[in-house]
Ligand binder design. Structure first.
Ligand code: HEC
Ligand code: HEC
Ligand code: HEC
Ligand code: HEC
Ligand code: HEC
Length: 429
């Protein structure tokens, strides 16, 4: 694959030379996947008001692409500008879902499908002029964005100069990391096999078979001297340095469960993968997310009660990267409490916090990091308080601290989940 600069230039040239004015009626080719698609006569994305002024679209897009080309890769729309493949009415996930209904239902409750409407993202974006940076990964197609950046005043990333996307479609933006962000390139649908269909042109792309399809967003580091934010996602590097990375066991192996089923309505079953991308299992909307059995907790907990101490073996038993990974605010809390025979609390509660510690003000600075490396086992000895007869352990996984929740006024926003609960007695002293 060429450099990103090359790719942008290339996409743009093809975009301009392709027919800019799609018809108002797109009739689905016969026999594609059932009535829903065949009766779908919808106005294409580019034709929503923009067809008449496609010269305007050309000019706006040209200016925006020229700007993004001057920025490093992490500051560009990760999926660029894409045109609708022949045979499809538009790029919306809802449209793909007319035929790929099961995959669509999985994606819809996934973190990717909720990556834009997420309340935390919205609260954070409202606080700075840097939201254009967030757009690039959370709505990775230029087509999805309400506005495009054409320059920065004084070169300041918090002072973008915007132009309006003439074909802006709010529902498409709200889809966040939509199907087309991973699957549509150069007017074709790309996938793991390139299987032929009359529904749309397809092309096999190697990135679906390995981590490349994930790392554009999950390996991204950039700092902004003098600013109170940073872009730091190092899951790719953590994975590469691990036994999983060395063995080529890609992200999909753990995060997209294998399944044999029809991949489009009415087709024969074929082996493929689920589109849930389960992670820490802390949903962004209460009750909306992948079934929890799709991926167990990354943390392993073993407890041994000795006569004078409680010995914990905390391990990163299942994650192919640091535990936790991703957002530097994530942490795991293991709390141990002691009680006497009557159940009265004795001694102090022991708290083991596993995660990174950052200072955000005036500039982000990492103060500490005690996360569990892949397959690491960490032993923690806690002295048995005098008079303690029994112990209880509760482990919880957190995405955001209580202080940050309060700061962003995110009342009622799900922020943690219990992963382990254990209890037992000490042997007689
Ligand atoms: C380079 C791509 C990229 C950019 C740019 C980016 N994000 Fe993200 N964001 C990610 C990835 C990948 C994750 C998943 C990591 C995780 O959930 O731990 C994520 C997760 C999040 C989450 C959820 C964290 C959690 O713990 O559940 C929030 C909130 C968020 N981003 C806000 C923002 C904001 C605000 C901006 C702009 C200032 C931004 N992001 C810019 C890639 C990006
Ligand atoms: C009118 C029905 C229809 C629509 C709409 C549709 N597809 Fe498909 N798609 C199919 C059929 C049929 C196949 C072939 C499945 C098979 O034979 O197992 C297919 C195959 C695929 C494949 C597999 C390619 C590979 O390499 O294995 C991908 C990926 C895909 N579609 C993505 C999409 C996306 C993304 C959209 C929306 C932008 C979309 N499709 C819209 C019917 C449709
Ligand atoms: C276009 C950018 C992008 C791409 C490509 C991408 N992700 Fe993500 N991913 C994100 C963002 C952004 C989030 C967090 C959204 C939020 O919390 O608001 C995320 C969240 C996740 C999560 C956390 C789920 C949770 O609820 O804890 C997992 C796991 C994940 N992605 C895996 C993958 C895998 C595997 C791939 C490759 C097949 C991939 N991602 C490709 C941007 C991306
Ligand atoms: C974050 C990237 C990402 C997003 C978003 C995404 N896919 Fe996929 N998709 C993949 C990967 C990776 C594979 C390859 C799985 C495999 O190896 O079988 C795949 C495979 C497929 C296939 C081939 C069948 C299969 O299961 O392998 C179809 C069809 C498909 N996706 C449709 C969709 C549709 C429809 C959407 C939106 C509702 C969507 N995808 C969203 C990454 C993505
Ligand atoms: C060996 C299996 C495995 C592999 C390989 C793997 N992961 Fe994970 N991943 C997990 C498990 C298990 C969790 C749940 C951790 C937890 O309990 O919080 C997880 C969690 C995550 C999260 C949510 C943050 C967190 O710490 O919970 C993200 C984001 C993520 N993985 C992305 C990726 C990406 C990107 C890749 C490829 C570079 C990848 N993973 C490879 C098993 C794996």
């Amino acid at each position: 694959m060429g450099t990103q600069r090359g790719r942008f230039g290339q996409l743009w040239l093809r975009q301009r030379s392709s027919a800019q004015v799609p018809s108002d009626e797109t009739v689905a080719p016969a026999g594609r996947c059932g009535p829903a698609a065949v009766v779908a006569v919808r106005v294409g994305l580019l034709s929503t008001g923009a067809a008449a002024e496609s010269g305007g679209l050309d000019r706006s897009l040209d200016r925006a692409l020229a700007f993004y080309e001057t920025r490093p890769r992490v500051e560009r729309p990760q999926a660029g500008w894409q045109r609708t493949p022949e045979g499809l009415t538009d790029l919306r996930a809802a449209t793909c879902g007319e035929c790929h209904s099961e995959i669509y239902e999985e994606w819809r409750v996934s973190t990717h499908g909720l990556a834009w409407t997420d309340r935390q993202l919205q609260a954070e974006m409202a606080k700075s002029g840097n939201r254009w940076l967030c757009d690039n990964c959370h709505t990775p197609l230029l087509n999805q964005m309400e506005s495009w950046v054409v320059g920065l005043t004084d070169g300041d990333v918090e002072k973008p100069r915007y132009s309006t996307n003439p074909v802006f479609d709010e529902a498409f933006r709200d889809e966040g990391i939509t199907c087309a962000a991973c699957h549509v390139r150069d007017g074709a649908v790309e996938g793991p096999t390139g299987i032929e269909t009359v529904a749309h042109p397809t092309r096999k792309a190697e990135r679906f078979g390995d981590e490349a399809v994930c790392l554009t967003c999950h390996q991204a580091v950039r700092s902004y001297p003098g600013k109170d934010f940073i872009c730091i996602f190092e899951t790719g590097a953590e994975w590469r340095d691990s036994a999983y990375g060395r063995a080529g066991q890609s992200c999909q192996v753990c995060h997209m469960q294998p399944v044999t089923r029809p991949q489009a309505v009415g087709e024969a079953p074929r082996p493929g993968r689920r589109h849930y991308w389960p992670g820490a299992g802390i949903f962004m909307v209460e009750g909306v997310g992948p079934p929890l059995e799709q991926l167990g907790a990354g943390l392993g907990v073993e407890v041994e009660a000795e006569s004078d101490a409680l010995v914990l073996r905390l391990s990163n038993s299942a994650a192919g990267h640091m535990l936790p990974t991703g957002d530097p605010e994530r942490f795991i809390l293991v709390e141990v409490r002691f009680a006497d025979r009557q159940g009265r609390a004795v001694g102090e509660t022991h708290e083991e916090r596993i995660g990174q510690t950052w200072e955000w003000w005036p500039e982000p600075r990492k103060l500490g990091d005690n996360r569990l490396a892949p397959l690491e086992v960490r032993e923690v000895r806690i002295l048995r308080p005098a008079a303690a007869d029994g112990w209880t352990l509760v482990a919880t996984s957190h995405r955001i601290s209580a202080e940050a929740l309060e700061f962003h006024h995110l009342d009622g926003y799900p922020s943690s989940r219990v992963t382990h609960e254990r209890q037992g007695d000490f042997p007689p002293p």
